[in-house]
Design a protein around this ligand. Structure first.
Ligand code: NAD
Ligand code: IPM
Ligand code: MN
Length: 361
């Protein structure tokens, strides 16, 4: 079969600690299911690179990465070393924007064996996708600071919604809802208070809905939507939101289902013109870095999403089953502290790797 060319960008902090386990698990899946994967590591998009070069990425980063099928990304950010807006705008957000990864797809699922902080929920009760707009909206570079350093200081950052940008993320979300048994789409809005962009978002949702007669559509303002995530998460099937709303919901959702340490994401360019990027939802976790105790599941599950994206269904299914089975066992000495265990990155990663290797026996 064709070789899937993967660019590995581990980044900072626990990104560098969980990445090896993501690769080992992918290699295990490749071995069992006869896939050909190649991994090429890059040291840019890290604060160490910035310290050396004064920028997060080399000038020719696009040329260096364009030929890859996918980017496998850890996490970036060491705010004590480089300000977050410099390190993240200079790396991850460039990848998303320049490679037109306009979908950020993030599952929110209560997995077997994971302690849910919400009372009375069991696996299967919470199982939905968050579809986040990933290239425009509130994350815009339009704005500026005037009269800096004076009492007249003004800062402005515009929200940008283009018809193309809104419609393409809505179409992806409607298609996804259409493909699922419940066929239910929820739109995150705030059209009561944000009086220009958010009513426009609602208008495009209503327009798109006309083409999807079978999909049940509802919408909630973002404030009450966060409450519903906590109080009735079983309501949701596919949730679509702007860049910022999707960002917030995709930490809240995984937190409601146990820990953000297991949540993955796909930053997808559906046209295939540019590489897509797969990463855990969590960041570089400076508070626990260097101790080898980070949960590797978000990184491994992101690798699973990558195989799924490229249509390697058997291997992807096996990876997901392996993750589920190790979570379900919930072995105290295997799972990490964020899940209430005493294990570490290695014990958790190894258990999943072993499960994948044994998945065809
Ligand atoms: P974070 O996700 O790094 O950490 C939040 C909390 O969750 C911390 O207490 C951390 O210890 C814990 N945590 C996160 N991942 C974990 C894991 N795998 N296992 C166990 N515990 C885990 O978010 P933050 O603290 O807001 O950000 C820290 C840095 O990471 C900042 O520089 C931020 O900008 C950056 N960040 C980067 C990304 C990314 O690269 N995709 C995402 C989010 C934050
Ligand atoms: C995420 C992160 C990023 C975002 C940050 C690190 C810029 O929080 O991937 O969710 O806001 O998109
Ligand atoms: Mn986030």
């Amino acid at each position: 079969s064709k070789t899937l060319k993967i660019a590995v960008i581990a980044g900072d902090g626990i990104g560098t600690e969980v990445m090896p386990w993501g690769i080992k698990c992918l290699e295990a899946a490749a071995k069992v299911y006869n896939l050909s994967l190649s991994f090429t590591s890059f040291d840019f998009a890290s604060c160490a690179y910035y310290k050396q070069h004064g920028q997060m990425l080399p000038d020719d980063w696009k040329d260096q990465l364009s030929g890859f099928d996918a980017l496998y990304f850890g996490a970036v950010g060491l705010p004590d070393v480089v300000p977050d807006h410099v390190s993240l705008w200079g790396s991850l957000l460039q990848f998303r924007r320049e490679f037109d990864q306009y979908i950020n797809l993030r599952p929110c699922r209560l997995m077997p064996g994971v302690r849910c902080p919400l009372a009375g929920r069991k696996p299967g009760d919470i199982d939905f996708w968050i579809v986040r707009e990933n290239t425009e909206g509130e994350y815009s570079s339009i704005g500026g600071k005037m009269f800096p350093g004076t009492e007249r200081e003004v800062v402005i950052q515009e929200t940008v919604m283009t018809r193309t940008g809104v419609d393409r993320v809505l179409k992806y979300a409607f298609d996804l809802a259409q493909s699922r048994p419940k066929k239910h789409l929820t739109s995150a809005t705030k059209s009561n208070g944000i009086s220009i962009t958010m009513p426009y978002w609602d208008e495009r949702v209503a327009e798109m809905a006309k083409g999807y007669g079978e999909v049940k559509v509802d919408k909630f303002h973002i404030d009450i939507l966060t409450a519903h995530f906590v109080q009735r998460p079983q309501h949701f099937d596919v949730v679509v939101g702007s860049n910022l709303f999707g960002d917030i919901l995709s930490d809240l959702g995984p937190a409601c289902t146990g820990t953000i340490g297991i949540a993955p994401s796909g930053n997808i360019n559906p046209t295939g013109k540019f590489p897509s990027l797969f990463e855990p939802v969590h960041g570089s976790a400076p508070d626990i870095m260097g101790r080898g105790i980070a949960n590797p599941v978000g990184m491994i599950w992101a690798g699973q999403m990558m195989l799924e994206h490229f249509g390697y269904k058997d291997a992807a299914d096996a990876m997901l089953r392996a993750i589920e089975s190790v979570l379900a066992k919930g072995d105290d000495v295997v799972i990490t502290g964020d899940m209430g265990g005493k294990g570490d990155t290695k014990s958790f990663g190894e258990a999943i790797e072993r499960e994948i290797l044994g998945s065809k026996e």
